[in-house]
Design a protein around this ligand. Structure first.
Ligand SMILES: Cc1cc2nc3c(=O)[nH]c(=O)nc-3n(C[C@H](O)[C@H](O)[C@H](O)COP(=O)(O)O)c2cc1C
Length: 358
């Protein structure tokens, strides 16, 4: 099967077409620093051709959730080195997902001195878990000054450099799921009057500036971008120029030569589906590697590869529950079911204790 054949991604040789999707697991219990337990978890899943880590904040201001990892100081670099070493020793490749939560945040989850920031002072409807006080409404964010926008772009670039120092094969800029980048893209969360708001071009500028400057810093083949057109997660809502926005973005990302585009179909998460014409349009505009994610099993993944809908397939929840997923697929073995109750809880339970095949 194509799924199990090796494939070239930029300068990297991946051992198969299977990608472990980025998934927040909230196990970075001390100062948002990765640890041995996280290294074990990722190492267990190194049968994937490529692992994309959980969303990792490039800034103290971007840590919306409790216990998510970060990448802005030497402790973070040293912690992540444990993870990259384990994954590389086991023969896989690994990209760091850079996720700034923006307004999907509560200040109780942020370190001292950090701020909940967003393109505009518009609250994201929804609740956020805090270790200190349980569920809380998302905070009303402060509107970023133009200076703060420029600073945030620099934070992404600096985090990408630290990622390379920590041994990562590249970074994925999280432009999906209603976090800071998508808060800029969507006109319903971006009322800005400066260069970063208004038209499709100016709303896209935040993402495209990050990508361009990150490419200058670490090289195009080491930079991927995740997008979820039409997604409604984290209070993103529909807007008339959606198709045009992703048409423009995919053309610009093609010009910049990003290493891959990673598209997420949100219908897998009970939300709005990725329209077929948007997917086809992106495939046409963008000549590089396309990763597709959302509710795939072995058969549907193979079909998408055979039909050339995508070049790589990412699996989310099935990788949480099945550390040896590719072995199970090869053997047509029964799959473990993921336990939602332990997705975000600290410790080994529901994290590193899913059984391997005998
Ligand atoms: C527990 C959990 C955490 C997730 N965290 C992230 C994340 O940090 N970044 C991201 O881009 N997507 C995240 N996602 C979405 C997944 O990457 C994936 O797109 C989604 O689960 C659909 O794929 P699946 O049907 O194969 O699970 C998360 C999903 C789950 C279940």
């Amino acid at each position: 099967m194509k799924l199990f054949e090796s494939i070239q991604l930029g300068k990297l040789q991946l051992k198969n077409h299977m990608v472990m999707a980025p998934m927040t697991r909230s196990r970075a219990v001390e100062n948002n620093t990765p640890n041995e337990l996280m290294a074990t978890y990722y190492g267990q899943r190194a049968g994937a051709g490529l692992i994309i880590t959980e969303g990792t904040s490039p800034s103290p201001n971007g840590i919306g959730y409790p216990r998510i990892p970060a990448m802005y100081n030497q402790h973070h670099v040293d912690g992540w080195k444990l993870v990259t070493k384990e994954v590389h020793d086991k023969g896989s490749k690994i990209f760091l997902q850079l996720m700034h939560c923006g307004r999907v945040a509560h200040h109780l989850n942020l370190p001292d001195g950090a701020k909940v920031l967003a393109p505009s002072a518009i609250i994201a409807e929804g609740q956020m878990f805090t270790d200190a006080e349980g569920m809380k409404e998302n905070d009303l964010p402060e509107e970023m000054t133009t200076n703060e926008v420029e600073e945030a772009i620099t934070e992404y670039v600096d985090a990408a450099k630290l990622a390379i120092e920590a041994g990562f094969d590249g970074v994925e800029i999280h432009g999906a799921n209603g976090y800071l980048v998508e808060q800029f893209l969507n006109p319903n969360s971006n009322y800005r009057k400066d260069d970063f708001g208004g038209s499709i071009h100016t709303r896209s500028k935040f993402l495209l500036d990050i990508v361009e400057q990150t490419i200058e810093a670490i090289g195009a083949e080491k930079v991927g971008v995740r997008l979820s057109p039409n997604g409604a997660f984290n209070d993103m809502s529909a807007y008339p120029e959606m198709e045009e926005t992703y048409d423009y973005l995919s053309k610009e990302l093609n010009k910049l030569g990003v290493g891959y585009i990673h598209l997420l179909d949100h219908s897998a998460m009970g939300s709005t589906p990725l329209p077929q014409n948007v997917l086809e349009n992106i495939r046409e505009n963008y000549e590089g590697t396309l990763i597709l994610c959302g509710n795939f099993d072995k058969e549907s993944a193979e079909k998408a590869l055979e039909e050339n809908t995508a070049d790589l397939i990412a699996f989310g929840k099935t990788y949480i529950a099945n550390p040896d997923l590719e072995e199970r697929f090869k053997a047509d073995a029964k799959l473990n079911q993921p336990d939602m109750d332990t997705f975000y809880t600290p410790g080994e339970k529901g994290y590193t204790d899913y059984p391997f095949m005998k």
